[in-house]
Design a protein around this ligand. Structure first.
Ligand code: QAP
Ligand code: CO
Length: 173
């Protein structure tokens, strides 16, 4: 089932998510619904809070060089912790909860995370490039943070301006 996505400036996006303790069929159905929602909206990452569930769950599906996404490449990440980080880079990000806005954000270049899979088994993931940026973006959602909060002062001003303009255009319709 496709779920509705919460968008900025909804205050629920600021909620700090709780760890998952039960790895049952209900969680598996929820993960499947998250995947359906992400694919239907052309996303490459989604956190549970974006569909109104404040639990530490995120999914990622990074496209290959041809821009294709395969379900085999799907990552389901529960209760993640960063165990190592190194370097920094700027990357152009977007977010399903801030539709239509893309801007450069500073992130670690490389991270290693430990997490649980849908069965509650411990896993670890070494990520760089787009995967690293996407993991950090989605983990920020679990802490109630949006990428626009990490923008430099001038880029944040640009966002405010574009957001206000989009609101005005919405009202005229
Ligand atoms: C987070 O973002 C991300 O504005 C995932 O109109 C993004 O899937 C991590 C999307 C970039 C790393 C780099 C955004 C879809 C999807 C939009 C997304 C839109 C339609 C964003
Ligand atoms: Co996002």
């Amino acid at each position: 089932m496709k779920l509705p996505i919460i968008t900025y400036p909804d205050k629920r996006l600021k909620i700090v998510s709780n760890p998952v303790k039960v790895f049952d069929a209900e969680l598996h159905t929820f993960l499947d619904d998250m995947y359906e929602t992400m694919m239907a909206t052309n996303g490459l990452g989604l956190a549970a809070i974006q569909v109104d569930r404040p639990i530490q769950v995120l999914i990622l599906n990074i496209p290959n060089e041809e821009g294709e996404q395969y379900q085999e490449g799907l990552l389901e990440i529960i209760n993640p912790q960063i165990t190592f980080s190194d370097g920094s880079l700027f990357f152009q990000e977007g977010c399903l909860s801030v539709p239509g806005f893309y801007e450069e954000v500073e992130r670690y270049e490389k991270v290693i995370i430990s997490y649980l899979n849908r069965h509650g088994e411990g896993c670890s993931l070494e990520a760089d490039e787009l995967l690293s940026v996407a993991v950090q973006h989605e983990m920020d959602h679990l802490a109630g943070k949006l990428f626009i909060e990490k923008l430099s002062y001038s880029r944040r001003k640009k966002f405010e301006k574009e957001y206000k303009k989009a609101q005005k255009e919405k009202k005229r319709q």
